[in-house]
Ligand binder design. Structure first.
Ligand SMILES: Cc1cc2nc3c(=O)[nH]c(=O)nc-3n(C[C@H](O)[C@H](O)[C@H](O)COP(=O)(O)OP(=O)(O)OC[C@H]3O[C@@H](n4cnc5c(N)ncnc54)[C@H](O)[C@@H]3O)c2cc1C
Length: 497
């Protein structure tokens, strides 16, 4: 390609939304992906008739109304669409002492489910979740683009002054402080911690209110919707749209170096020696991979070093991808579950188990009479280093056995009903997703003022931008889609498109 406007390193959802948005604006875009298919953590793999989601399967942003349905809007922008299946319950929580709560898609039903256990906190529950909706309503009333672009900021401010002031108020706040204003029951506060932990991997005290406003409200507004054909379809469709709009993607194209000249990013070099030059370079790799591996370590910009004083890598996951007989699932089983037996272990490695059964929504992902169960739990890479091949396999088998044993409580007969099992460790996540230590993304090292310290898309290196979960507003498909919209908008303005 001649005269490339933007080179995007990586085809995660953040990278692909940036690429498609720019291509839709007639920019010349090249995406370089190290793996065989697009999607990164939102990719898939196939084994013996099963199509497994690599990671994400609780998908926000595929709704049809408002402005926060960013995946739908990203697909629309390049004239492609994705069929979806409504998920009626976001999460079924299985908690200590028989606490059993379903987060129904219908807001009032969810509140009733919670109030059934915590009647004495009815008012607090309503006030807390209502306040989350206030945040969401502000976000959902405006076009979500780059907060680094003054003309956009001025325009939205004049169009929606109250919503903007509302967001400014919530930007430095965390969920824990808001929850404690309304709720006193320590068990209910622990539940709010878990409501945050299951997507932010930190407790409510450290979870920004803006993100919680999105998750706790959008699940009842746009809802959680599963893409027909599996999560991998979203990336495949974005690539189809990118190519239709004139963009290009190369696979097995691992970038090993971002080339700088006089301090400015001007191109990239691949592992096989190929060099591409572009007017703008975008990294969809994590900040650790971008600034420690693709650029000389002795040239890490000061603000990146500062950022690392505020944020650290979250743990990775131990993942069990299982194919099971349909008889294992009791009638009425929901798609997503959280299993926790001891509140004290919520944030400990393997303490909380996340479960997704996407075949309950799309049976075509497994052979007839079988289901997929993806069970995953936070885990550190350090626990998987320095093992011989035999030790590594033995450890995988042992840990998988423990997780299956714990899941037998909600799915009796799981072990006996197993048809297929593949275990992924933090090493697997590092290897196949290209993420340092297999991390799920950045988490605050200590309590920070909400999202204020999260970086936007521009970096201290002219010409270099970052996109994805290492940028504002963080992890999750819809969140990285926001980052993609913002990044493309900023670049389009910088290129005068
Ligand atoms: C187990 C698990 C479960 C999850 N569940 C959910 C969920 O239910 N709902 C939800 O919304 N989110 C979920 N997430 C989070 C979500 O998947 C991520 O936040 C999101 O997909 C990250 O997107 P990204 O664009 O930032 O980057 P990534 O998905 O990490 O993509 C980056 C891409 O860049 C490529 N790349 C990296 N380095 C290079 C290089 N040097 N050269 C070329 N290519 C490179 C990688 O191969 C990859 O394709 C989950 C994540 C995991 C791991």
């Amino acid at each position: 390609m001649q005269d490339i406007d933007a080179i995007i390193i990586g085809s995660g959802i953040g990278g692909l939304v940036t690429a498609t948005q720019l291509a839709a604006k007639k920019a010349k875009v090249l995406v370089l992906e190290r793996y065989l298919i697009p999607g990164g953590s939102a990719g898939y793999f196939e084994r013996q008739g099963y199509r497994f989601d690599v990671g994400a399967s609780m998908i926000f942003g595929l709704g049809t109304n408002g402005t926060t349905n960013l995946l739908t809007r990203a697909l629309d922008a390049v004239n492609v669409s994705q069929q979806t299946i409504i998920d009626p319950v976001q999460i079924h929580y299985h908690l200590p002492n028989g606490l059993d709560i379903k987060v129904d898609r219908i807001y009032d039903k969810f509140l009733q489910n919670l109030i059934a256990y915590f009647g004495h906190e009815e008012q607090g529950i309503r006030r807390f979740y209502h306040e989350c909706f206030k945040v969401f309503n502000c976000l959902n009333s405006m076009d979500l683009l780059s907060l680094e672009e003054p003309r956009y900021l001025l325009r939205v401010f004049f169009q929606h002054p109250l919503a903007c002031l509302g967001l400014v108020k919530y930007l430095p706040q965390n969920v824990g402080d808001v929850a404690k204003r309304y709720i006193k029951d320590p068990l209910l506060l622990k539940f709010i911690d878990l409501e945050c932990y299951c997507w932010s991997v930190v407790t409510a005290d450290m979870t920004p209110m803006i993100n919680a406003g999105m998750v706790f409200s959008d699940r009842h507004y746009g809802g959680v919707n599963y893409p027909k054909g599996g999560v991998g379809q979203i990336a495949q469709k974005l690539v189809e749209g990118l190519e239709k709009a004139g963009g290009e993607i190369l696979y097995q194209a691992r970038v090993t170096k971002i080339i700088t000249e006089r301090g400015r990013a001007v191109g990239v070099q691949l592992a096989d020696g190929r060099v591409y030059r572009g007017k703008r370079i975008v990294s969809n790799a994590t900040r650790w991979d971008t600034f420690h591996k693709l650029l000389p370590v002795d040239k890490i910009p000061i603000n990146e070093k500062k950022w690392q004083q505020f944020y650290e890598k979250s743990p990775s996951f131990l993942s069990l991808h299982m194919g099971v007989k349909a008889s294992v699932l009791p009638t009425g089983t929901e798609c997503h579950h959280i299993v926790l037996e001891d509140w004290e272990k919520m944030t400990a490695p393997t303490g909380t188990i996340f479960v997704s059964i996407p075949t309950l929504l799309d049976p075509d992902l497994a052979p007839v009479g079988y289901h997929i169960i993806h069970a995953f739990t936070p885990n550190w890479i350090d626990d998987w280093q320095r093992l011989s091949a035999n030790e590594y396999e033995a450890k995988k088998e042992k840990m998988a056995g423990q997780i299956i044993g714990r899941l037998e409580k909600i799915f009796p007969g799981l072990d006996a009903g197993l048809d297929y099992l593949e275990v992924g460790t933090p090493r697997t996540h590092r290897r196949f997703l290209g993420r340092e230590d297999g991390t799920y993304g950045p988490i605050p090292r200590r309590k920070l003022p909400g999202l204020l310290k999260m970086p936007f898309n521009r970096t201290a290196i002219p010409g270099l931008y970052c996109v994805g979960d290492s940028t504002f507003p963080g992890q999750g498909l819809n969140a990285v889609a926001f980052s993609g919209f913002a990044c493309a908008h900023r670049i389009a303005v910088d290129l005068g498109l």
